[in-house]
Design a protein around this ligand. Sequence first.
Ligand code: PLP
Length: 399
Amino acid sequence: MKVYLDNSATTPMSPEVIEAMLPYFSDEMGNAQSVHSFGQRAKAAVEKARREVAALINAAPAEIVFLSGGTEADNFAIRGIAEAYRDHGQHIITSKIEHPAVLATCEALEEAGYRVTYLPVSRNGIVNIEKIQQAITDRTILISVMLANNEIGTLQPIQEIAGVVKKARERGLDHLHFHTDAVQAVGKVPVDLNELGVDLLSLSGHKIHGPKGIGVLYVRKGTRLAKQLFGGHHERDRRAGTENVPGIVGLGRAAELAHKHLDERIHRIRTLRDYLEREIISRFPGVRVNGDKEQRVPNVSNLSFNAIDGESLLIALDLKGIAVSTGSACASGSIEPSHVLQALGLTREEVRGSLRFSLGAYTRREEIDYTVSVLAETVTRLREMSPSDELDTLNPALS
Ligand code: PLP
């Protein structure tokens, strides 16, 4: 049996998405900028997708900018504001648990002379509103806080932060902007731009059963962003480059499906996730849930298994056809402990024993049952093989 429980990394495309995209690789291969009818049909398909994505997040179609994915959306939002408002101030506020697409962009700006405040989070992974309030100065031009975290699924109080931003603007800080990386939230929880109150929002196609290499930056009407790509006048002169028509069509269809089935998916996935979590916790005493148990997306369960090395467990599960992920990123041969789990204040052992299970729209109950049964035999075997005091020698990079 093959079981894919790594939907936070990427999702399988819906069959309807593939079907919608296919003509745009062949018969309907026009360039959306061309004047002839091939071009016009491609343009009509792009505009239809724009309306579908806008409807999913309750935005206006003109506020949707198609680009290559979540990484580009985050880069564009942060660099776009930083460069456009440089003369008003060079201070940015973000959190310690952002995705590298945000953190590395902020670090690059620090090298260029900007000042960045990295806010800590509580033990359950939530930023503190008061700390945000205290961090704002009259030189702050941007706050970037993610909607849902990619490792633990925790949801941040975006509406409340927007309230803080609104008050600061009323005091005269009208150059202060608010961006949220919603790559892991869109399609998992209702996202309504009218309610959220952000100026900029990133989303990505491949996290919502759409294609890879396509994403969106929502740019609230009237928000000024410095261009990051120079070339043609695509996307209302905001993002140069021939439109990825099949990708855009696929993202549009995925957004339409996510919108239509949102409530049902949330309910079904949450039921399965809670069942998985309950089964694991009841079988293995000492397993802990990382991040806030309530304030989180319905598809993620990040657990710390005590006295187990997460990497070993991941490999053992993979041998049985089950795909999950750990809180560690393998970089150039060494294993870096997760910056997110570290920011929660987890012990070294808890970080090392962590595993992320992430479900998707196609996860089935039988797959969860199979996973639990494989875990039952694997965890016992691994615990026998590697008592916790020997873990340091197993994984020296983490010591
Ligand atoms: N932001 C978050 C929270 C993510 O989880 C990811 C991908 O894992 C990204 C940004 C990057 O998105 P993309 O893979 O579309 O570049």
